[in-house]
Design a protein around this ligand. Structure first.
Ligand code: ARG
Length: 467
């Protein structure tokens, strides 16, 4: 008997496999984590071939019970499963070996009318679907934490920045809601990808379609898919759903990295806007005074992995001829890694966000010094009929006057202002208060207090709908 015996494809082979190659080509060390998906897909396939008359009702029951028994071995852990099955090439082979141990030769009938090509495509779809659901749950939890912070912030203000230079005052809630908008888009993207991938490859065979007259809707329905895939060549080699999933995570990672960067900056002594929660920070082994923003630094760094996975998958698919090619096995670990990275982040990010303590006084001081009301001041003049270009110049002169004498715009005297333009009146000072500076941005999406209150309410409704 050849050494290849015991493999799923031994019949044709007479020469033993090179030992190193044999180990190297195996996917079981990593696809072991697809056990629950493989078993679910196998049960669905068993029902489908039973309906086609390949298994009698008794055999089907034995098969399903046997598969349920294999699931119990999962409790031993992935490493133990891999160690326990030195001959298993991949998760499909492992399940066949275990099922044979449990129910004997009947197990070998399970492979009737199917191929590992459709199995791995199905297992990965099931894996990604679950990962999408976990990720959207995590994103909702983060959005919920941001919304609660925004609620607590009330009318607290901070500077907004363009070019990382102070620009105009905004509500802290407005800034927080910017990240809620990003999370909403991430959720929408993932849900959209989920819809597109939710079709069942089972019944596609190796490439050309099953060789049995299977009712493919049986498996699709049992596994919660919206229907069978429509082309067997595409279904066995399509990995768009892996590309899309990792691209969604990469974009989410970009958002996380921006949040991470802002919190890292805002927690410095130079900004002093936010106090890092001790539970998520570490000290320095050298400098006793330090509290380092490890969580946000790692969060900023983790986006690299997510982008890496998306890039690897695109590279993997580029130029790949139809249909299944073994290259596709290389995509699995990228997806597992990206899903684990997202899970790891989202387990912590909502709690970290909730634990942030803002120094609203520092934020307000930063928002009320440095002429952040200059835009509101120019708007005052333009509301009085001065062309904006001219108003801009007049306020620029007023700012210079202030800079030269160490005063903010609201401390300039009316006579001094009138020296620059006779359009200035007493009401100028009311137009450049902090409140007026916020409330002049009275448009949908603006930082006027009433608009932010509306946006906050809308974000809560949207979060509720998303749940
Ligand atoms: N381990 C393989 C993979 O992950 C399963 C499919 C194998 N198919 C084959 N024709 N060798 O892609």
């Amino acid at each position: 008997m050849s050494e290849a015996a015991g493999k799923m494809w031994s019949g044709r082979f007479r020469e033993p496999l090179d030992k190193d190659f044999e180990q190297w080509q195996r996917s079981f060390p990593f696809d072991v984590r697809l056990l629950s998906q493989e078993l679910a897909a196998s049960k669905a396939h068993a029902r489908m071939i039973a309906a086609a008359g390949i298994l009698d009702p008794h055999e089907l029951t034995t098969m399903l019970t046997g598969l349920a028994g294999v699931l119990a071995t999962a409790s031993s852990g992935d490493a133990a499963m891999v160690a326990s099955a030195p001959n298993a090439e991949d998760i499909h082979h492992f399940v066949e070996l275990e099922l044979t141990k449990a129910i004997g030769n009947l197990a070998l009938k399970l492979h009737t009318g199917r191929s590992r090509n459709e199995q791995i495509a199905t297992d990965m779809r099931l894996f990604v679907r679950e990962a999408i659901d976990r990720t959207t749950d995590g994103l909702r939890a983060w959005a919920g934490a941001l919304i609660d912070l925004a609620d607590t912030a009330g009318d607290a203000v901070m500077p907004s920045y363009t070019h990382l230079q102070r620009a105009e005052p905004v509500l802290v809630a407005h800034w927080l809601l910017a990240y809620v908008s990003m999370a909403e888009r991430d959720i929408a993207r993932l849900k959209d990808a989920r819809k597109r991938m939710n079709y069942c490859p089972l019944g596609s065979g190796a490439v050309a379609g099953a060789t049995l007259p299977l009712d493919r809707s049986i498996a699709a329905q049992e596994l919660g898919f919206d229907g069978p895939t429509r082309n067997s060549m595409d279904a066995t080699s399509d990995r768009d759903f892996l590309v899309e999933f990792t691209q969604c995570l990469a974009t989410m990672g970009l958002h996380f990295s921006r949040f991470a960067e802002e919190i890292t900056l805002y927690s410095t002594a130079e900004f002093g806007f936010v106090e890092l929660p001790e539970a998520f920070s570490t000290g320095s082994s050298a400098m006793p005074q330090k509290k380092n923003p490890d969580f946000t630094e790692l969060l900023r760094g983790k986006s690299a992995r997510l982008i890496g996975a998306a890039t690897s998958l695109s590279m993997l698919m580029k130029g790949l001829p139809l249909a299944y090619n073994k290259d596709l096995q290389e995509g699995q670990e990228q997806v597992f890694e990206a899903a684990d990275t997202a899970d790891g982040i989202l387990k912590i990010l909502p709690a970290f966000t909730r634990a942030l303590k803002f120094n609203f006084d520092r934020m307000k001081t930063a928002a009320t010094t440095g002429y952040l009301n200059a835009m509101a001041a120019a708007t005052y003049l333009s509301n009085k009929g001065v062309p904006f270009r001219k108003a801009h110049e007049i306020i620029g002169n007023a700012v210079r006057l202030g800079l030269e004498s160490g005063r903010e715009l609201n401390h300039l005297k009316l006579e001094e202002l009138r020296g620059l333009s006779d359009t200035f009146g007493e009401d100028f000072f009311d137009a450049i208060t902090l409140e007026a500076t916020l409330d002049c941005h009275d448009v949908v999406g603006g930082t006027a207090r009433a608009r932010v209150a509306e946006a906050l309410a809308a974000a809560k409704v949207k979060l509720g709908e998303n749940t």
